[in-house]
Design a protein around this ligand. Structure first.
Ligand code: CDT
Length: 306
């Protein structure tokens, strides 16, 4: 059998003043809950250990160091690795990474229950801006705090529960880019894990965007990515009112037909689970999205030239 149970462990808000210990404690409880619901893989959000700090402007980057992880695991994140080992559950974690040579990335890892990092990805599509933007209602300074990822979109075959699958990672804004999904699809990805922090309102203040479309656009992108690449996705939100600013929830688990199997109903800490059967990736892959038979890359050059 190629079945396993997947969990999205949505996090409610983390306030700026809260230390990592608060978030990690909540995350361990969510792991225990996911395990009690039969899950073998649990997916936490993007930048799961702190508030979504790119909303805060810091002129001197060196004074922003406290937002970043300088090692993984660290004393503060070790309880996640211990819980994974104890429960026999793999987990996905999004975090701000500062490398020993001082580079900064918006990063995600998939950690096997043994504690080994099976897959690491650094966010390629960084939304927002680099300098303080006086027009905006709330800043979104990802281009200040991170450089674009330098690892491409890797896919690895790794154990998940009692089976194995081809795993890939995306982070938040990446989910809106079909090219990112397709690069994973071209590597026969079967499970995409992604976390997000998305404001409920458009904060750019440069035109009207109907707020009911915000969740719609998120899910439209994830469902299309799964359908067009015949894969499962677990997409997990950080949700609720953080530092006075609302992030939407609606974490979802989506199947290779693009159907939503499970959806969070709160904007707080919440676990949702769904069974995945990776043999279901074969239908799309061998019929309508059989890339070898039907793709026409000779006509796609414009995508990589511009
Ligand atoms: N974290 C992140 O990438 N958030 C962006 C917000 C952009 S506003 C539409 C996202 O794409 O969800």
């Amino acid at each position: 059998s190629r079945k396993t149970v997947l969990a999205a462990a949505q996090l409610g808000p983390i306030q700026r003043a809260e230390g990592r210990g608060v978030a990690v404690g909540r995350m361990v409880r969510l792991m225990e809950k996911a395990h009690s619901m039969g899950a073998e893989v649990v997916v936490f959000p993007e930048l799961a250990l702190t508030t979504f700090f790119p909303r805060w402007y810091e002129e001197d980057l060196n004074r922003a160091d406290h937002w970043y992880e300088h090692a993984l695991p660290s004393n503060e994140t070790a309880p996640l690795f211990e819980a994974a080992r104890k429960l026999g559950i793999g987990f996905h974690l999004g975090y701000a990474e500062k490398t020993p040579d001082g580079r900064r990335f918006n990063t995600a890892v998939y950690v096997h229950p043994s504690g080994e990092v099976a897959l690491k990805y650094r966010k390629v599509h960084l939304p927002g801006h680099k300098e303080y933007d006086p027009v905006r209602k709330v800043q979104h300074l990802e281009k200040r705090y991170f450089e674009p990822g330098d690892l491409g979109f890797p896919v690895v075959r790794a154990p998940v529960g009692g089976t194995e699958a081809n795993l890939g990672l995306l982070i938040c804004n990446d989910r809106r880019w079909p090219e990112a999904w397709r690069v994973l699809g071209l590597q026969q990805v079967e499970l995409v894990m992604l976390g997000y922090n998305t404001p409920s309102l458009n904060m750019e203040n440069r035109g009207f965007e109907a707020h009911h479309l915000r969740v719609e656009h998120s899910q439209l992108s994830i469902r299309a990515g799964c359908y067009q690449n015949a894969c499962y996705a677990v997409a997990t939100a950080k949700a609720g009112t953080e530092d006075g600013h609302e992030l939407f929830g609606h974490s979802v688990i989506v199947n290779p037909q693009g159907e939503i199997l499970a959806q969070a109903t709160t904007w707080d800490d919440e676990v949702i689970v769904a069974e995945a059967d990776f043999t279901r990736c074969e239908l799309g892959r061998s019929t309508i999205f059989d890339f070898a038979r039907h793709r026409r890359p000779e006509h796609y050059a414009r995508i990589v030239e511009q």
